[in-house]
Design a protein around this ligand. Structure first.
Ligand SMILES: Cc1cc2nc3c(=O)[nH]c(=O)nc-3n(C[C@H](O)[C@H](O)[C@H](O)COP(=O)(O)OP(=O)(O)OC[C@H]3O[C@@H](n4cnc5c(N)ncnc54)[C@H](O)[C@@H]3O)c2cc1C
Length: 485
């Protein structure tokens, strides 16, 4: 194989991959490369450009602790500003020479003899001793399995690949799905459309957003006195952590549910619509959405919330189970992402050629969400059970970065060429993790969600507070690993 060799190859230039790259560089480790399939960095925040796209974790917290941005213009920044922040990091940390855009990794196979990963991309081959994958937990849009999708003759696109050539003005539009993305873009397009049909399978729990513009004086203070921003960030972190109690404590859960129900009552006066929007599962079971304008959008005269199941798409519209056809010019799919069975898992071929996709069989698990038995020298970022329903994923990403750095430095120091987590350590870790998840709302809340695999096992979320994860990953512990020189 005529391939370019690096000590470390990182897949993906989103928050995970770039954060890893910055920290490697800061530690003086420079023999690495970031392979990114797209034409720009940014990951989630490059791909999701739908109207209204914004973070739902406060920006002070949804950014790196080592690269605070005193200039956030709103408490919940919008997509263009987050993308600008991420792109700015590339220049700030002089990462350009280490990033290869338009390099889609199509296969990564462990070569036992040479103890290295052989990586094929759309633009050439590479080898690396270590492969770190930040391919993204929500990077592969999921198209619904609805009969007739290909027969529809109008415009159809997924919210994660917004068609900016499409103008909703005066059009009849169908939105399928009412998850976190739809909650953000429905209010943005509703006023322009002639008629908007929102097809809902399960109503989301919605809480007030309480976004606010951050005035220039406040930003100036953050610049002059960064401790103020750190304090703000720490307070927001603590507040978010308290939310965990809502997922595990009945009193807190009732309190949180009453906040959301009051929000609904205040914004929707029609009892039938209110009924349709009242969730029949426990709060937190699915991702909680934050919005001040989703409910008012649904109450508009030109918007209909349809709760009859979508049966089929036809050339000119959407037919529901009650036999009714709603004719539309466009269909926007707010139908989420592949998680438990992400096609990304097909890339990795571990020991004996086993694919990660086949090893997991629809039910991903790893040690600390990062290491998988049978896949030596591979570290996953935001891997199984390290997603969050209540706090900033950047906190978890930073924990993983420091753990992986620890592993690399340990291996270097001890002359180790191969690091592989032991299967029994991985199993013990997951048995304990699943036992902790079992009584929690994500498993017992009476819903199905993208946090779960097909059997209802939670493969997405870290159970509970995040600081124990940080504690557990603060230092690389070689004990659960098999190390070979
Ligand atoms: C609309 C939306 C809003 C969100 N809001 C929040 C929020 O408010 N708070 C929060 O905590 N989380 C939020 N998330 C979750 C979000 O995914 C994470 O916060 C974070 O962006 C993940 O970063 P990442 O780098 O791990 O993955 P990504 O940002 O998805 O980046 C992955 C990168 O890998 C690249 N890649 C994938 N496969 C390949 C391949 N084969 N070859 C080369 N490159 C590849 C992709 O092109 C992409 O650039 C949101 C997600 C979405 C979709």
């Amino acid at each position: 194989m005529n391939a370019e060799h690096h000590r470390i190859v990182i897949i993906g230039a989103g928050f995970s991959g770039l954060g890893m790259a910055i920290r490697l560089q800061q530690r003086g480790i420079t023999d690495f490369l970031v392979l990114e399939r797209a034409s720009r960095v940014g990951g989630t925040w490059r791909d999701n450009t739908y109207p209204g796209c914004a973070c739902d974790i406060p920006s002070h917290l949804y950014s790196y602790s080592f690269a605070l941005n005193p200039d956030w213009s709103e408490s919940y920044a919008r997509q263009p500003e987050i993308l600008e922040y991420i792109e700015g990091l590339v220049g700030q940390y002089m990462l350009e020479p280490r990033i290869r855009l338009h390099h889609e990794v199509t296969r990564a196979a462990w070569n036992e003899t040479d103890a290295r990963w052989e990586i094929q991309t759309s633009a050439g081959d590479f080898t690396a001793h270590y492969l770190i994958s930040g391919h993204g937990p929500l990077a592969e849009p999921k198209f619904p399995n609805i009969a007739g999708l290909e027969t529809f003759t109008g415009t159809v696109f997924h919210s994660a690949r917004w068609d900016h050539g499409f103008d909703p003005t005066g059009k009849r539009v169908a939105v399928i799905g009412t998850g976190a993305s739809a909650v953000q873009f429905v209010p943005e397009i509703a006023p322009a459309t002639a008629q908007l049909y929102v097809f809902q399978r399960t109503p989301p729990w919605v809480v007030p957003r309480m976004n606010r513009a951050i005035p220039p004086e406040e930003r100036e203070r953050f610049k002059r006195q960064p401790w103020r921003q750190r304090l703000e960030r720490a307070m927001q972190y603590a507040l978010r952590e308290i939310n965990v109690l809502g997922f595990s404590n009945a009193t807190f859960e009732r309190l949180a549910m009453s906040v959301s129900k009051k929000h609904l009552e205040a914004q929707i006066s029609d009892p039938d619509l209110r009924e349709k929007l009242t969730p029949n599962y426990r709060m937190g079971c699915k991702r909680i959405t934050v919005s001040d304008d989703f409910y008012p959008a649904l109450a508009r005269d030109n918007v209909e919330l349809v709760t009859d199941a979508v049966q089929a798409l036809e050339p000119n519209g959407v037919r529901t189970a009650d036999g009714r056809l709603r004719e539309v010019d466009a269909i926007i799919l707010g139908t989420g992402y592949h998680t438990a069975e992400s096609p990304a898992f097909k890339l990795f071929h571990g020991r004996d050629g086993i694919r990660l996709f086949d090893a997991w069989r629809g039910s991903p698990e790893a040690y600390l969400g990062m290491s998988v038995a049978g896949f030596p020298n591979l570290f996953l970022m935001v891997g199984p059970n390290t997603g969050l329903g209540h706090n900033s994923i950047i906190y978890m990403i930073e924990a993983q970065i420091s753990y992986i750095l620890g592993a690399l430095e340990y291996a270097q120091f001890h002359g180790i060429r191969v690091l592989e987590v032991c299967r029994d350590a991985q199993e013990r870790f997951n048995t304990e993790l699943q036992a902790r998840l079992k009584p929690m709302v994500w498993t017992q809340g009476g819903c199905t969600s993208f946090y779960q695999d097909a059997r209802g096992r939670n493969i997405g979320l870290w159970p509970g507070f995040t600081f124990p994860y940080r504690w557990r990953t603060r230092r690389f512990d070689p004990a659960p690993y098999r190390a070979a020189p």
